[in-house]
Design a protein around this ligand. Structure first.
Ligand code: ATP
Ligand code: MG
Length: 449
């Protein structure tokens, strides 16, 4: 993409009312624009990151056996009356009437709709297990939307719903999602720690929140330091096999949010020098809720013995529009964002330090063409800005590799590659740039790990 033809409205000023660094940087880098309280437009650069995150999530959900679909944002109140949640949900639900005076709502979550779809078409235990998911906008009229897209009113969520014959089968479905979440966050470069979470009236041990540690996080969290260095399940993990060794390994060490913390247990189980008490961002949650909605909404199947049984369900959410700021909280410096390659809006940026000078232009044009042919997604700063401004924009928007091409280098047939994260620079022959860049980028794409 040529920057001269792109839409990248970067801000020079530091936005005053943005309290946390990710919010400031998303505004400054021209990723989002607030349209009303808790409502954001995703501008091209931000939207590219969001799409990359969505792709990773979809790939890992598919690999774990979940099946993608799409449900509407607007739902009928009737389903929620059936489940008994219409009144209980309260003011967070955005309610509306259609022209026929029917009660409608903007979905804050989709248990009712998916249960309705399930009961209409699934009759027999032979059609189970089933896990359906979608990536769709949700609306929750948060009392205090804040920190940009970290806590907004409209937000994009991946929500999956599993259906099983009994609790043991439901546990297998839960484990699949648990393992796929570990892989999903890891592929984005994030360390997200599964922590015991509240299960509500059902009880049991089957709910975890996935938490990214950050000083600006809204939850207080407590865990064993070794949780930060655990091994991620490999690409070839067998989702049809026994996943309990992986899940046991990840849940045997203490990790809980402040809602669930038992201080005595924490101190008993974790040696003093391994205790982590920190703040964190909830980037996802997995949850087994048994027959809660299947009973109230009559979602039953015929079992092997011919008897009708209510199905056992779980739901599994990931907040995509929250992951973007969570990534920035984890990866930035005083100059701007530092994207991991796997989620970067562009993998490299060509900085033409002397746009308009023929030799520089033709070297950059040719490099841009070569990168495209090599399958590297590059931004090309071909604008008339000065070198200083180009460097600071590139740093601000956080592209992992900067390819610096100026008149002197072009004369001697050389370019510089700057690694945004480490600041390291290497000088390299112009005709070697693509080969070298591929070598650097490919392992960082994390697509096959
Ligand atoms: P929170 O405790 O932060 O309000 P939640 O527990 O109510 O979130 P869930 O119902 O578990 O949220 O939704 C699944 C995921 O959706 C969360 O883990 C989070 O990543 C994301 N999410 C929830 N609410 C918001 C919001 N207002 N803005 C952005 N993302 C959100
Ligand atoms: Mg939650």
């Amino acid at each position: 993409m040529r920057l001269s033809r792109y839409f990248l409205p970067v801000l020079k000023e530091v936005p005053k009312d943005a309290e946390i660094v990710s919010h400031r940087l998303m505004l400054r880098a021209g990723m989002i624009r607030q349209q009303a309280s808790g409502l954001y437009a995703w501008l091209p650069l931000g939207y590219k990151v969001l799409r990359k995150i969505q792709n990773i999530i979809e790939e890992e959900q598919d690999r774990a056996g979940a099946i993608e679909m799409l449900m509407p944002t607007i739902q009928s109140a009737d389903l929620w009356r059936e489940s008994g949640r219409y009144d209980a949900y309260g003011k967070e639900m955005l309610r509306m009437k259609d022209r026929h005076d029917r009660d409608m709502l903007f979905g804050p979550t989709n248990e009712e709709v998916i249960t309705d779809i399930f009961r209409a078409s699934v009759r027999s235990y032979k059609q189970l297990p089933l896990n359906l998911y979608h990536v769709q906008w949700k609306f929750r009229d948060e009392i205090r939307p804040r920190f940009g897209t970290m806590r907004s009113r409209e937000f994009l969520m991946k929500d999956a719903y599993s259906f099983d014959m009994n609790k043991e089968e439901a546990r297998r479905s839960y484990y699949k999602m648990f393992v796929s979440y570990l892989r999903t966050y890891h592929r984005m470069g994030l360390t997200a720690i599964p922590m015991k979470a509240e299960t509500g009236p059902i009880g049991g041990d089957l709910s975890h929140e996935f938490i990214v540690l950050a000083d600006t996080g809204e939850s207080g969290v407590f865990c064993h330091a070794d949780m930060l260095e655990k091994t991620i399940p490999a690409f070839d993990v067998d989702y049809d096999g026994d996943l309990s060794p992986i899940v046991d390994d990840w849940t045997s060490l203490y990790a809980a949010t402040e809602d669930m913390i038992d201080m005595e247990e924490f101190e008993r189980e974790v040696p003093e020098d391994r205790r982590v008490a920190a703040r964190g961002i909830e980037v996802g949650q997995v949850f087994y809720f048994g027959t809660k909605y299947s009973e109230s909404m009559n979602a039953t199947v015929t079992g092997p013995d011919g008897k009708e049984v209510a199905v056992h369900c779980g739901s599994y959410g990931i907040g995509l529009t929250r992951i973007v700021p969570a990534l920035i909280e984890a990866f930035h410096d005083e100059n701007g964002i530092i994207w991991p390659v796997s989620v970067a809006p562009f993998e490299a940026v060509i900085l033409n330090l002397k746009s308009g000078q023929e030799a520089c232009d033709s070297a950059c044009d040719s490099l841009y063409e070569q990168l495209r042919n090599a399958g590297i997604d590059a931004l090309y700063d071909d604008t008339g800005e000065g070198a200083g401004a180009k460097f600071s924009t590139a740093d601000l928007i956080g592209i992992p590799y900067q390819l610096i091409i100026g008149p002197r280098g072009v004369k001697s047939g050389e370019a510089e590659i700057k690694h945004r994260a480490s600041g390291e620079r290497e000088t390299i022959a112009l005709d070697q740039v693509v080969t070298r860049l591929k070598e650097l980028i490919e392992p960082e794409r994390r697509d096959k790990i």
